[in-house]
Design a protein around this ligand. Sequence first.
Ligand code: NAP
Length: 445
Amino acid sequence: MRAVLEAIQAGASGEEIAAIPLPDHFRAAFVRKEDVGMFEGVPSPQKDPRQSLHVEEVARPELAPDEAYVAVMASSINFNSVWTSIFEPLPTFAFLSRLGKESAWGKRHDLPYHVLGSDASGVVLKVGSAVRNWKPGDRVTVHCNYVDDQDPTAHDDSMLAANQRIWGFESNFGGLAELSVVKANQLMPKPAHLSWEEAACNALCNSTSYRMLVSKNGADMKQGDVVLIWGATGGLGGYAVQYVLNGGGTPVGVVSSPEKVKLLEDMGCAAVIDRRAADYKFWSGDTQDEAEWRRFGKDIRALVGDDPNIVFEHPGRQTMGASVFVTKRGGTIVTCAATSGYMIEYDNRHLWMKLKTIRASHFANYREAWAANALIAKGAIQPTLSATYPLDEVGEATYQVHRNLHEGKIGVLCLAPGEGQGIDDPELRAKVGEDRITMFRRHGV
Ligand code: NAP
C-alpha cells in the first residue's frame, strides 16, 4: 500500500493509480471469531475494545463486478464499532455467515475475522466491470447502506430492502483498514474543502440524522419546531443540532458536562440541559417516576416556552419513557437506537391520548446519504471531528466512544500519515471558516 499512498500524495492521475499493482494483503482492524466468548460474565461497560480489536495484515478479497477497491485514507469510530468489539447485542459473525449463504460473492464475507468500520474517505483504486459512474483516482467518501439492487424490495426506499445491511457491521471488509471493498452505490464525492479525516467522519451519523429530521421518511421537521436532542454533542446529536438550526427550528440539547454545554452554546444552541447536573431519576429500580418526567418537561418549557414537536431519541430504555411524556400533543418521537437497553417501557396513555407518533428510523437510503453529503460539501453542515487516532490505536479510539469520553466523532487515520491532508479546495475552506469546520476539534476533551 506504500506505492498507493505515494501515488495519491504525488497527485497521480487516475490512469497511474489504476496501473499500480495491488498488494495481496493489507492492514486492517478486526475482531476474531475465536474471541467471541472473551467477555463472558463481564458487565458491558467493562468490556474493553482494546482487548478484542486487532490490527494486522489480512488477505485482499476478490472484487465483484459492482464493487470498487478504495484506498482508505481515513475512517471513523461509530457506536457500531463498539457493538462489534464487545460482541453485543450479538457477535457480528452471525451476520457474516448469513451473508455468506446468499451468493457466491457473499461467501467471501464469511471469515473467522471481521474487518469492521462503517465510514471511509479515500481514493478509488479499481472498479468492477459493471461500475459506470466511478473510476480509479476518484476521491470519495463511503456511506454504509449495503443493498442488493437486484432485490425488488430495495426499489422503493432501499432501507426497506429485505436484505439491507450496514457495511462494515453486517458485512466484512469495512473502513477501518488501509483498503476496503464497497459497492459502487456506496460511493459519494469527497467534500473538497475537508481533510481526509474530516471527510471520513460524517457519512454514517450525518446521513442518519438527516433521515431522522429532514427526510420525509423521518420526522419531517418544519420551521419553528422545537426539537429535543439527546446526546446533542455526540455522533448523531452534533449533526442533529445543525439540521435543526439550518431548518429554522429550535434545538433543545441534552448533554452531560459543562464542557459539552459550552460546545453547544458555541454551535448556536441556546437551550441546553446538563442531565448530570439536573440529576433526573427517570427510573427508580424497575419502575419509572412520572414526577421526574414532569420535572424534565418543566425544564424544557422554562427554556423554550413550549413542549418539543420532535424528540430525537437514541439512548433507549433510560430515556424513552421521558421522551414520550415530554413530546408535544401530536408530536413525533423519532428513534434509531437504544444504547442503554432495547426493551423499552413508556406510558402508552401519554402516546395515544395526545396523538403522538413513534417513528422508527435507520441509517439512510442512497438519495438521503447523497443529500446529506452534498450539504457537507457545500459547507452548510460541518464535520464534528473532535480527535483522531492512528489505525494501530483503534482499540483506544473505540474505548473512548464506549465509555462516552468523547465529543462528536473520533477519526482514524488509515493510510493518511498525518492530519490535515487531502484538502483540495482551500478557497471554499476559507469561505466556510476554519473556526466552524474545526469547532469540535478545538473543544476536544
Ligand atoms: P455517541 O457518539 O456515543 O453519542 C451518544 C450520546 O448519547 C452520548 O454521548 C451521551 O451524551 C448520550 N447518552 C448515552 N447514554 C445515555 C443515557 N443513558 N441517557 C441519556 N443520554 C445518553 O453515539 P452516536 O454515534 O450518537 O450513536 C448513538 C446511538 O445510536 C448508538 O446506540 C448507535 O449504535 C446508534 N446509531 C444508530 C444508527 C442507525 O442507523 N440506526 C446510526 C447511528 C447511530 P451525553 O453524555 O452528553 O448526554
